[in-house]
Design a protein around this ligand. Structure first.
Ligand code: P1T
Length: 378
């Protein structure tokens, strides 16, 4: 089946009791057992929930994975991935990941004797150089948040296979509509479904997807054992949202291309980052491993006064953390999403104090462009 068909139907069937076309929200914490050790396969809500199972199958189908495991947030899914390693192990990570991922790894798990190498994975040689005999995982975000650096996924998989290391891609920015890392040989895809998968800025959630039986068993075990499960209602909302993922992503992409082309010509633009632009240093790689460029653009005004004025003056865009919703958002990474990253490291990566991240929504592109024009020139 095609992507849009799977998005609407995969993992879902009419309710066997009533024929309801939409998957019911199974709001129950427990299930009746007819007698001791005799039940219908459902025992407790943390362990089993059919609304959650439908969402898991749906997103797994979209990522071309056999298994999907849902969590209560993107970070809860990333945290679950660390159950694949033990004290003493080492993980190579893209240096410019979401600030919360950095915080979880570097400020928390280093206390438990995990070590992390933060490298610019857009150069495969840096990955090779960082691998040591304790390296167990290679964790990529591509494109990265917020600098939109890309990593060659197939090239990374080739290196990882040589060393027997498992690969993870955070596919939050692209979604399976534009990029399917598992088809390129990656072992695990992780999502903040808070973003494009849910797409309506009303659910915090996360997903892990894999084809690997042993990984699925371990992550499924952690889902139940550590218990960071999403509510049935949140699963239902996300399942409702993936039905329109294809149309939303197309529009995010179309709007972002128009806005990036506009920004490129403006004298207030000091630096512009968008993989869909010919000028992006990895535009060719973007065309190879992605089928679109997504809705995130980063813009550096090179001037703090202008940045502040812009963030205050927009009317259609909203200044807020998060991304990937139907409405356009603006974020100031240095003080918001990436505040946990030391300033020195932020500056090295280009996360300056005058950098603004645009999450381009699916409003009329002309209105968004007018909003930017007015706010930057007021
Ligand atoms: O917020 P949560 O659902 O826990 O997801 C964390 C996360 C993981 N991966 C990526 C690429 C992300 O962007 C995020 C969350 N990011 C934001 C809140 C943000 O504004 O960038």
């Amino acid at each position: 089946m095609g992507f849009a068909t799977d998005a609407i139907h995969a993992g879902q069937q009419s309710d066997p009791t009533t024929g309801a076309v939409m998957t019911p929200i199974y709001m129950t914490t427990t299930y009746e057992q007819e007698e001791l050790h005799k039940h219908k396969g459902f025992e407790y809500g943390r362990t089993h929930n059919l609304t959650r199972a439908a969402l898991e199958s749906n997103v797994a189908a979209l990522e071309k994975a056999k298994y999907g495991i849902a969590f209560a947030s993107g970070l809860a899914s990333i945290q679950a991935l660390l159950s694949l390693v033990k004290a003493g192990d080492h993980i190579v990570v893209s240096d410019n990941v979401y600030g919360g991922t950095y915080r979880l790894f570097e400020k928390y798990w280093t206390d438990y004797n995990l070590s992390f190498s933060w490298v610019d994975t857009s150069d495969l040689q840096n990955i090779k150089d960082a691998i040591n005999e304790n390296t167990k995982l290679l964790y990529l975000e591509t494109p990265t948040n917020p600098m939109l650096n890309l990593t060659d996924i197939s090239g990374t998989v080739e290196i990882a296979k040589q060393y027997g290391i498992k690969t993870i891609v955070d596919n939050t920015f692209m979604t399976p509509y534009f990029q399917r890392p598992i088809e390129l040989g990656v072992d695990i895809v992780v999502h903040s479904s808070t973003k494009y998968l849910n797409g309506h800025s009303d659910v915090i959630g996360g997903m892990v997807l894999t084809n690997d039986e042993a990984i699925q068993e371990r992550i499924r075990y952690i889902q139940n054992a550590a218990g960071a499960v999403p509510s049935p209602f949140d699963c239902w909302l996300t399942l409702r949202a993936t039905k329109t993922l294809a149309v939303r992503m197309k529009q995010h992409n179309e709007n972002a291309i128009q806005i990036a082309e506009f920004l490129k010509t403006q004298d207030f633009t000091h630096k512009l980052y968008y993989p869909g632009l010919n000028e992006h240093p990895q535009h060719e790689l973007a065309q190879e491993q992605m089928s679109g460029f997504g809705g995130i653009i980063s813009l550096d005004f090179g001037n703090m006064e202008l940045t502040k004025k812009f963030l205050k003056s927009v009317k259609v865009f909203t200044l807020a953390e998060s991304l990937g919703g139907v409405e356009s958002l603006l974020c100031h990474p240095a003080s918001m999403t990436h505040a946990a990253v030391p300033k020195e490291d932020r500056d090295k990566m280009g996360i300056t104090d005058s950098l603004v991240r645009l999450s381009v929504g699916i409003e009329d592109a002309e209105d968004l462009i007018d909003d930017i024009k007015l706010a930057a020139r007021m």
